[in-house]
Design a protein. Structure first.
Length: 178
């Protein structure tokens, strides 16, 4: 199984590193400079060592072409609050469209980005359907696993906290948990 992590920031990078211990992982980010640094083994966020970043099963890409026909996508892009105190979903929208244009039938998309209740169903899934021309729960599946990483916290790390997973059916939950 190949997993694509969309977003190589404070949430996506540690997730990609952890998953690469067990699976082939493609970590994608639209920030070309970020990908160039990671390809050199440099984490400008100072969270991960060169050894962690340069694992055999982990590769970094800036081209959405490299995301074609992946089994599982994990969207871990920022959702900051804008000046009106509302979530800025522009990066989530862009990521959903990129995944929708890349995914194949029976793909699973997991949203890790912090959002409001209903955002996945009301905002993200319609974008995936439109971009992919596939139908949710027939042709592809979606889960939500809220990020629980506190950047810089060396005690409560991805490996030491309990992950929460939600989906509309047991088959998807079971797949995502494994």
């Amino acid at each position: 199984m190949i997993i694509a992590v969309i977003g190589a920031g404070y949430v996506g990078l540690p997730l990609a590193i952890a998953l690469a211990k067990h699976h082939q992982v493609i970590c994608f980010d639209i920030d070309k400079k970020r990908i160039e640094e990671l390809l050199k083994g440099i984490d400008s966020n100072l969270q991960h060592s060169k050894k962690e970043i340069t694992q055999k099963k982990l590769c970094f890409v800036n081209s959405a072409e490299k995301l074609k026909k992946i089994d599982t996508y994990i969207v871990a892009v920022p959702t900051p609050i804008n000046q009106s105190n509302l979530p800025d979903l522009s990066m989530l929208k862009k990521a959903s469209i990129i995944v929708g244009q890349s995914m194949k039938k029976n793909s699973t998309i997991i949203y890790e980005s912090t959002t409001y209740p209903g955002c996945t169903e009301e905002f993200c899934i319609p974008l995936l359907e439109k971009a992919s021309q596939l139908k949710y729960e027939k042709d592809f599946f979606v889960a939500y696993s809220p990020e629980r990483v506190n950047p810089g916290d060396k005690i409560n790390t991805l490996q030491s906290i309990t992950k929460i997973v939600g989906a509309n059916n047991q088959k998807t939950i079971t797949k995502v948990k494994s």
